[in-house]
Design a protein around this ligand. Sequence first.
Ligand SMILES: [Zn+2]
Length: 191
Amino acid sequence: MGNCLTCGQKAGRGKDLCDNCVSLARERKAREVAAEQARLQEEQARHQAVQEEQARQAEVQRQQQYERYIAERLAGLRTLHSRGITPYLYRVLLMDAQSQMNDQKVGSPPDTSELQEFGWLGWEAVGVIPTTYGQGLENTDITAGWTKSWGAGIGGLVVGAYVLMRLPITAEALRQNESEIVALLREEFTG
Ligand SMILES: [Zn+2]
């Protein structure tokens, strides 16, 4: 019969620790593991709280920048009005167009529904920038190991257009629809 190395009581044959000390050691180990887990969780919670606070501050800052931006922009518009100048807001719409290539139609016919939506709101189309399609053509030489060589290039097929839209911001419009105009200015704010 050996004696327990910790408490000196009988430990049983071939054992260094008595049953009581073994279970005490297990409990201690379990408490240590639980304490370490709690510490990690607390650390994680603290880290998360710091990140949330940083995000909140960034949002507050962005909101302040946004308000400053809108205030400056509105002041700028009013200054222009006081000088008799009408400023404009611009947007770009993408419209499809159809092209003909080797008797095949490329692209889709124009759809004016979005343009019309802008039109109902007082926007007008003031310019068009065509978007084009091009392709390089290759010749494949089957007598020379299928090598490819430059054949020709086609390009400039109009497949669509960017339609430049503008909305005049008159002094009267700003007086009557300030909140709508602010909503449009918001889209210009990149923060
Ligand atoms: Zn013991």
